[in-house]
Design a binder for this molecule. Sequence first.
Ligand SMILES: *Cc1c(COP(=O)(O)O)cnc(C)c1O
Length: 490
Amino acid sequence: MENKTEQLIFEKSIPGRKAYSLPNLDVPGQNLTKLIPAEALRHNLNLPELAEVDVVRHFTNLSRRNFGVDNGFYPLGSCTMKYNPKVNEEIAQLPGFTDIHPLQDESEVQGVLELLYNFEQYLCAIFGFKAFTFQPAAGAHGELTALLMIKAYHQQQSTVDCRLSTVRNKIIIPDSAHGTNPASVSLVGYQAIVVKSDKRGNIDLDELRKVVGDDTAGLMVTNPNTLGLFDEHILDVAEIIHKAGGLLYYDGANANATLGVCRPADMGFDVAHFNLHKTFATPHGCGGPGAGPVGVGEKLEPYLPVPRVIKSANSFQLSADRFPKSIGRVHSFHGNINVIVKAYAYVLALGAKGLREVSENAVLNANYVMNKLKDYYYLPYDRTCQHEFVISAKWQKEKYGVKALDIAKRLLDYGYHPPTIYFPLIVEEALMIEPTETESKETLDAFCDAMIAIAKECEENPDLVKNAPHTTHVKRLDEARAARDLKLRF
Ligand SMILES: *Cc1c(COP(=O)(O)O)cnc(C)c1O
């Protein structure tokens, strides 16, 4: 039964069957076909025709095949699939938030403006910045917003000081960077310069000095980086970039290791984005909706998108006029408000102490799993990790021809969502694991047991792993074809 392929709802359709029964129209003199202009009426819509119960069963069955953090452990490195408390959903669904419209008069939406104003203050306290914008709808969007501000800043600088005639058009990025970083750089017309990591997974300072110069617009870095390692020379990195006249961008998409522990602004960063949908327990997946607020220090504050929420006397206003240097809007209205409300509720519920505990537990859990697995999988950077770590299937590949992809697929048979694989690019056969703080020791132990069992299977029965998954509805897919030969309709 379970493995039976589910027909499309169109295939289940029976002509004439209905999921509703409406009374006949009894308004005198009214005729439906007259209410709708003839040119707008269509007769062959090709919609599925089913009874309500069949529609409900169809979609419920399909939803059961999906994997989500609500039905299993989801250690997807970098993307943070932590559990999202349901109370945040309830709060975001309060009519005071859902029934307002962004074009309403400011006097009628004081509550949501106050929320934005307060949350900006909280994020400033958590990350050390001077101001925030909530407009960006995702991390990559935050990167773009920040780079536009950096560009506006350099343009302004060169008009103030004409000795700065050299064009600053290069952004330095470590080789462990998230793929969105170089993409955002080219989107604003800058050039990405890659700098190597050293043996401990830090930015190689000698390599950095070689590429820094008058043409450096800035540096983009994630810290802890995508290896899950905190850069031990971050203050030196900041000094090198600032001395050259560049700005420092902090990719804080995933801030799960640092809450209440350290702040990017204190490390010398001028600007940063943070994914509410990763760190602040708002659900995400399938491309959204998210929120990637951007925080800025003194140098970039004038360039923040408008309108900004300001407070005067006892009320809140939206202002654009006060910020003439702003880069303008990067999103309609004020961003994905619903996502912001969930994150706000999460921050209020935890408070300063609770947020610090989030990070302490995220780091503890990651180190616990890493140390349990490192005898079975190659660990390229063997030092204390932060919220995530990267192991490699190098041993399994060399000895038994089993790749990271095969291990990821085999995990599905054990009931786990696979970790991120083949990223970061500098680790061969990478498996990037982020357990998050929301998992119990029992769950982590069970996951480690599955990983260890798979390592044994690689030895004893490599074909079992290479042909996995065996228990899922859909078996091994041709992933290259799935990405290149898209069929988005049927
Ligand atoms: C997820 C992530 C991003 C991109 O965030 P989106 O919301 O997916 O655009 C950027 N950098 C890092 C380090 C990330 O983990």
